[in-house]
Design a protein around this ligand. Structure first.
Ligand SMILES: [Zn+2]
Length: 249
């Protein structure tokens, strides 16, 4: 299985099977070196600055140069940029215009280093779509934890986004049903966002691996396909980001 959005460094006690595939994301530059150490054919690191961590002295530490240098060093391993984005919940400590500026800088870094991008978005869809339309990416990007409407999903697909689905979609059966009927399978990813996973009541006792597998099962059921088939589809979609051939486990 591929977990297309996770924070491996935020859950050191958890058992993450090493035969799975992970796109592991940073929230701030102080995590980058520990995330890079995990880099392997099974773990693709995403280095970026989450809007929650955007305030403070980040602009003073030359993060763009740092990121470009890390990219130049990583010859054999693909590195992504993320997670980055816009989140209305943090506007009081980090204003919307500052968030937009930080996002644009990360998009430009993704363009300059030819890297995939992972996006976090809460209640700022129109601003985000405007930014993406103004900064067309030559690389694929991931809309992580998407819980929006079919109309918004369509606009993201038009901008060459991949839609990554987390269990938080289960909060609304109706929305989940509509979205899963609409989304083309070649643009879907599946994620846990662990350890920030929304865990429904009936899954409370599950291990990390059981959680992710149950989520795959749930999505496969809603799409009326076999779970193994969905696992294969998501692994194949994942190779668009890694540029590497993955094999099903
Ligand atoms: Zn995350």
């Amino acid at each position: 299985m591929l977990d297309a959005h996770i924070h491996l460094t935020h859950a050191p006690e958890t058992l993450f099977p090493d035969d799975m595939y992970y796109f592991t994301n940073a929230a701030s530059p102080d995590e980058w070196s520990s995330i890079l150490k995990l880099s392997s054919p099974h773990v693709m690191p995403f280095l970026g600055i989450h809007p929650e961590c955007g305030s403070g002295p980040i602009d003073d530490i030359g993060w763009e140069e740092h990121l470009k240098a890390l990219h130049a060093q990583a010859v054999s391993q693909q590195i992504g940029i993320g997670e980055c984005g816009i989140d209305q919940r943090y506007y009081t400590s980090f204003s919307k215009s500052e968030q937009l500026r930080l996002l644009i800088r990360q998009i430009r870094t993704a363009i300059a280093t030819d890297s995939p991008l992972c996006v976090h978005l809460v209640h700022a869809t129109e601003s985000f779509l405007t930014v993406m339309a103004d900064h067309p990416l030559s690389v694929p990007w991931i809309m992580h934890g998407f819980t929006g409407s079919v109309q918004t999903a369509r606009r993201m697909l038009d901008l060459h986004g991949y839609i990554s689905l987390s269990p938080s979609l289960m909060r609304s059966e109706h929305k989940m049903h509509d979205l899963l009927r609409f989304l083309p399978t070649d643009r879907i990813l599946i994620e846990s966002d662990y350890p920030y996973t929304y865990i429904p009541q009936q899954w409370q006792e599950y291990s990390y691996e059981q959680l992710l597998f149950s989520w795959y099962q749930r999505v496969a059921e809603a799409q009326a396909i076999d779970t193994d088939r969905l696992i294969d589809i998501v692994l194949t979609n994942g190779t668009i980001f890694t540029n590497k051939q993955t094999h099903r486990r």
